[in-house]
Design a protein around this ligand. Sequence first.
Ligand SMILES: Cc1ncc(COP(=O)(O)O)c(C=O)c1O
Length: 327
Amino acid sequence: MTTIARTPENLRSSARSVAHVATEFEERPMAQDYAPNPNLKIWLDGKLVPTAEAKISVFSHGLLYGDGIFEGIRVYGGRIFECRAHMERFALGLQAIRLEIPWTMDQIVDAMNDCIRANNTVDGYIRLVAARGPGTLGIHPFRCVAPNVFIICDKIQMYGPEMYETGMKIVTASTIRNHPNALSPQLKSLNYLNNILAKIEAIDAGCLEAVMLNHEGYVAECSGDNLFIVQGGRLRTPATHCGLLNGVTRRLVLKMAQKRGIPAEETTLTRIDLYYADEMFITGTGAEVCPIIDIDNRPVGDGKPGPFTRQLIADFRAHIKSGEEML
Ligand SMILES: Cc1ncc(COP(=O)(O)O)c(C=O)c1O
């Protein structure tokens, strides 16, 4: 048997081949295209500044320890999508990690709208971050000076447009989702290493998303999306007690199913349920609603996006167009 030495050069070349697999699916294949947009106006601690001036300290506990929370929010037609639901989750997150910021939620919404206007954003994506401020090198959170709050208003394209027509392949990751009593997946914290490790497994397998199981072996969610299946005309998704982020898009899809009279349940799912599913799709602010047609090299249903998935995608797009808040 030949063994490959884990020399720095071998590791670098294996990283290169992994990067190659990933970029085949990416919209922007050139490494230099991944640089941040230099022409943005970023809202940072109360001021709109150009990208180059949007800097925070290397002593930020948000950076040193992932001590902070965030929201990813869509802008459609110049409007903040499902603003109330995102702000509620953000406020709960601040409370959960005992991070006090010097802005009310209404002021943050005003700041996001300022940012949308300053960047002439019609359709885009907002990243709202509250990070524990610069502090000592110990983890003590209350020995930090003022927190940093910033808002980036940019674009996002998670998957190519064709994936919404033809569907996507995913795999199950061996990395399990965080134990809810360690770091609850319901908290959208700045510590995403758990998800990133699963994402790496997806990329290694030539996919863009991976299913994560929980500490008990039940299905939780994907690395950055929630997961739904359709079985015998019923919509099924893991319940929040299975250890997942209660996604805004997930909640919208459950509401839209209810409106359509599609029976839906929040339940416990095992991996075999995924293999027996007639249809499958993922939901997320970045991903929106995207069909899954293959999991772990097993076709989902007939290997094409099914009728329930297509209906819910159409309903989701109609809801975006309506400009209304549903949650
Ligand atoms: C781990 C994880 N699960 C699910 C979701 C979907 O949540 P939402 O629909 O609120 O964007 C996200 C974020 O987008 C996420 O990071």
